[in-house]
Write a protein that binds this ligand. Sequence first.
Ligand SMILES: Nc1ncnc2c1ncn2[C@@H]1O[C@H](COP(=O)(O)OP(=O)(O)O)[C@@H](O)[C@H]1O
Ligand SMILES: [Mg+2]
Length: 318
Amino acid sequence: MTDADSPIASAPVAPAPVAPAPVASAPVASYIPGSATANGANGANGAAEHRAPVTLTGGPPPGAATLRSVDLCAWFGDRLVLEDVNLLMPAGQVTALIGPSGCGKSTFIRMLNRMHELVPSASLAGEVLLDGADIYGAGVRAQEIRMRIGMVFQKPNPFPAMTIRENVLAGLKLARIKCSDKDTLVEQSLARAGLWREVKDRLHSPGGALSGGQQQRLCIARSLAVHPNVLLMDEPCSALDPTSTARIEETIGELRDDVTIVIVTHNMQQAHRVSDLCAFFLAAENQPGRVVEFGPTEKIFTEPDDPRTLQYVQGRFG
Ligand SMILES: Nc1ncnc2c1ncn2[C@@H]1O[C@H](COP(=O)(O)OP(=O)(O)O)[C@@H](O)[C@H]1O
Ligand SMILES: [Mg+2]
């Protein structure tokens, strides 16, 4: 596939909370999100199923996409921190990344949407393929990738002074995506993130006034508003109480049909509950991190091939 016919190359510019500079618009492609996407999580959440799907002009192609890392390695300066990671993260499934601190999970997930390159000393080798197209290919813009592959961090990072509504629409604005019906998009995005009912009467209050768990769901809604193909989550619940954590897990369960999810978690019960596939990362002392084992979550937790995997999931180290 050449860059010219890559779906990524022709996509418009992406928003990125950390690097929100807008870029000139690319040729636009219109699409109407599928009804499953528009309504999937809404029923349980009181959103308006009767409304027509929102038309976004200039967004990513709809639906979940498959992400694959091929021989992926990462360095900070001349220090190799992650070696030869080969993972296939299938469309519409939840892949959990587990392993002790410092083994490279955050570095790996940040390479999946080109945030790794924002660290001045950082470099990488290998490939990341989004539905077969290399996200690091010539002519592919990082901001496009960060729209198609959204990210939610450990610490919720809404724009505190913006209203809840403005927060949801922030990515759209930065990416210069046009939306036929912003009210419906706000409602649908908040509903998909499991937050609509709690905030529908105060959409004009500041995002910073919400609780930590609500802020995290607001960040999920902000990512969902541009209809990403993949959502990366780096320990999204580690700063949250058990009730908020349960809400996020519920949200993950509802989103899994229309967005591919990759989640880093230190919570073994959570990895077991929410994921279809699980990768166990480990770094021996003074060695780069590697994937020890990758496979169906049930196998990883009950009869893994490597004894270190069983020791880790049983909480015997790390
Ligand atoms: N910005 C950075 N500069 C230099 N080294 C870093 C940076 N970020 C992470 N590292 C190092 O890379 C390794 C992997 O870190 P990280 O990906 O954060 O691991 P994990 O998320 O599994 O805890 C660690 O040894 C860490 O110290
Ligand atoms: Mg980390």
